[in-house]
Ligand binder design. Structure first.
Ligand code: GTQ
Length: 345
């Protein structure tokens, strides 16, 4: 079935030169590179970032580079498969740790890629998206959908750090990535939608004729509620860990077109072996301690650490103590492209 294909070296040199001169190349020597058999052959390798090791580097960035000279003061988590300096953690997911000092503001801009923040440490940080002020508390998930103006600020006394997850690599690959800068936004004088319109699952603001919900009706998912929901769910979940997807409360769809977010609770001692998925993923540890093995690489993780898994990775998690993780993945994108897949182990 699997025919041995011809190589470039088998072809006469004059023919190869003529092809190059004409701006063409033969497909068959490259056929298995672009269409490998059975499953993709990812460049991405599993990565692990220990937060305690990165923390001093973030502090130094704060000393060395004023926010005015950074626009966004971020250390990017580079995929080991692509090497130092890679502006991506997997093929489709960009991850960065952003650092803001008390009193600083990061200027307003808007860009084509979407971003999500998971708050790592510090009190008093906030993001303004489309005029809505979104307070950032530890573990909160805060959306900055593509095309929405956003700026960051900090009213607290200690530095704040959050993890940025963006679909930037995809937009960059599509040659569709760009930003526009603008003045800081005026803030509406009311709490964000998670505190006003969407207090409770299953309840949405009463419909008014001709004024449908915003495309992104709720842009902040407070961690306190996510944790409470996971704990309740875990009480009645016998098989596997309690897991919750972050969804748009009006449509039930994933929160963004390309990126999905799933919160998981593991009890002390609980082991979890998810199926092999066509999606790539990043895991951020909100709280707890444990070990994960990804394609044979073993990562011991603790609170605030981050690790990644390439497509179709063989993954085993084992929690040493009660643990909460958020998984960032590209299932929504793959479902839209019609190829998301899970395979039994
Ligand atoms: O906060 O808007 O990590 O524009 C990379 C690009 C954060 C942001 C990043 C960005 C931002």
């Amino acid at each position: 079935m699997s025919q041995k294909l011809g190589t470039l070296e088998e072809l006469p040199q004059d023919y190869r030169d003529a092809m190059s001169a004409a701006g063409v190349a033969p497909l068959w020597p490259m056929m298995r590179n672009v269409l490998p058999h059975g499953a993709p052959n990812p460049v991405t390798r599993p990565g692990y970032w220990n937060y305690e090791k990165l923390r001093p580097l973030l502090h130094r960035a704060g000393e060395l580079t004023p926010v005015e000279k950074a626009e966004r003061r971020v250390l990017v988590l580079s995929d080991p498969g692509r090497g130092t300096g890679a502006m991506q953690a997997t093929a489709s997911i960009y991850l960065g740790l952003q650092y803001l000092l008390p009193g600083e503001t990061a200027p307003a801009h808007v860009h084509t890629p979407s971003a999500v923040r998971i708050i790592v440490e510090g009190k008093g940080g906030y993001t303004v998206v489309d005029g809505e002020k979104l307070p950032m508390e530890e573990g909160d998930l805060v959306l900055t959908p593509g095309g929405e103006w956003h700026d960051h600020g900090h009213e607290g006394t200690e530095p704040v750090v959050w993890l940025d997850a963006l679909d930037l690599p995809l937009f960059y690959y599509l040659e569709g990535s760009y930003a526009k800068e603008g003045p800081l936004q005026a803030k509406r004088n009311r709490p964000d939608a998670s505190q006003v319109e969407y207090r409770s699952a299953g309840l949405a603001p009463a419909r008014k004729l001709k004024s449908g919900p915003r495309r992104y009706p709720m842009m902040r998912y407070p961690w306190v509620r996510t944790e409470a929901a996971l704990r309740e769910m875990a009480k009645y979940t016998d098989e596997g860990p309690a897991e919750l997807d972050f969804v748009n409360p009006e449509t039930g769809d994933d929160v963004l077109p390309t990126m999905g977010f799933t919160a998981k609770m593991l009890a002390a001692g609980q082991k979890h072996e998810p199926p092999l998925r066509s999606s790539s993923a990043a895991y951020h540890v909100i709280r707890g301690r444990g070990v994960s093995t990804i394609n044979g690489e073993r990562f011991e993780w603790g609170a605030k650490d981050t690790f990644t898994a390439p497509v179709f990775a063989r993954i085993t998690h084992e929690a040493a103590e009660e643990s909460f993780l958020i998984r960032v993945h590209d299932r929504p994108l793959q479902e839209k492209l019609g190829y998301y897949e899970e395979r039994a182990r």
